[in-house]
Design a protein around this ligand. Structure first.
Ligand SMILES: C[S@@+](CC[C@H](N)C(=O)[O-])C[C@H]1O[C@@H](n2cnc3c(N)ncnc32)[C@H](O)[C@@H]1O
Length: 237
């Protein structure tokens, strides 16, 4: 990239990055791994299905809004998977269930991933990576060779660019935060800072989910484990 952009050294390239937002976005895309799939990690989604989502639906009867944050949302599959599950379980449990009481915010540092998430249109190949047949029929509209997430689901999901290294002050409080398969790329120091900011961003009794290979052990003592079936989430101590 240095050569492509006619820079002789990293200092010049860094200065160019600061001046040029398009180049900055291209650089971010080159650095990030956007690997994701629908309902990634079966045991985690079993825990959501059987424990966490029923709890959030129960809370929605008393709260005006239930807020969920997919904090490294990549191309959107995680956020839409949760939205579809919410609708599916809510309707099964209660005919007065109102999906519009829920909002899901998806954030990511990668502008290209976010653009795809906002389009909500997925190829057959992407759909084949984890999408359930019954949900495909229920929550997608076929447009040519692509599958578009249905308007009812899209209505509760929004996406915006956000760097987990930045301050969380403006982001508000959440009842469930998914910060999965992204911490592995960060230093221990940065992970500790993010755990600390997550603590302040969780609402009372809120849940934090991280990836199966990620752990707060040795980085923070501010969270306790919460078992949801086979999966482990975290709550503030
Ligand atoms: C491997 S994907 C995980 C996606 C999804 N959470 C999942 O588990 O399937 C990691 C995502 O983290 C994003 N990411 C990397 N560094 C980030 C940062 N500093 N702030 C926000 N997102 C970041 C990447 O752009 C990428 O989309």
């Amino acid at each position: 990239m240095l050569v492509q952009n006619k820079c002789d050294n990293y200092t010049q390239f860094y200065k160019k990055l600061q001046r040029d937002p398009l180049l900055r976005n291209k650089f971010i895309d080159a650095l990030t791994t956007n690997e994701t799939l629908w309902f990634r990690d079966n045991s985690f989604f079993d825990g959501l299905t059987n424990v966490i989502i029923p709890q959030l639906i129960e809370n929605s009867k008393k709260q005006t809004r239930v807020r969920i944050w997919s904090a490294a949302s990549s191309t959107g599959q995680e956020a839409y998977s949760v939205a579809m599950l919410l609708d599916h379980i809510g309707r099964r449990k209660n005919i007065r269930f109102d999906l519009n009481k829920f909002t899901i915010l998806g954030t990511d540092i990668s502008p290209t991933a976010l653009q795809k998430a906002k389009m909500a249109s997925y190829s057959q190949m992407t759909i084949s990576r984890g999408m359930r047949k019954d949900f495909l029929n229920k929550y997608f509209v076929k447009k040519g060779t692509a599958y578009e997430v249905s308007p009812d689901i899209r209505k509760i999901v929004t996406f915006k660019q956000f760097n987990l290294k930045d301050s969380f002050r403006s982001i508000g409080k959440f009842d469930l935060i998914l910060c999965r398969n992204v911490l592995i790329y960060f230093s221990d120091d940065l992970k500790s800072q993010i755990f600390s900011k997550m603590r302040d961003t969780l609402s009372k009794n809120g849940y934090l989910a991280i990836g199966a290979s990620e752990s707060p052990r040795g980085l923070t003592t501010e969270f306790k484990q919460f078992r949801a079936g086979q999966s482990v989430l975290y709550q503030v101590n």
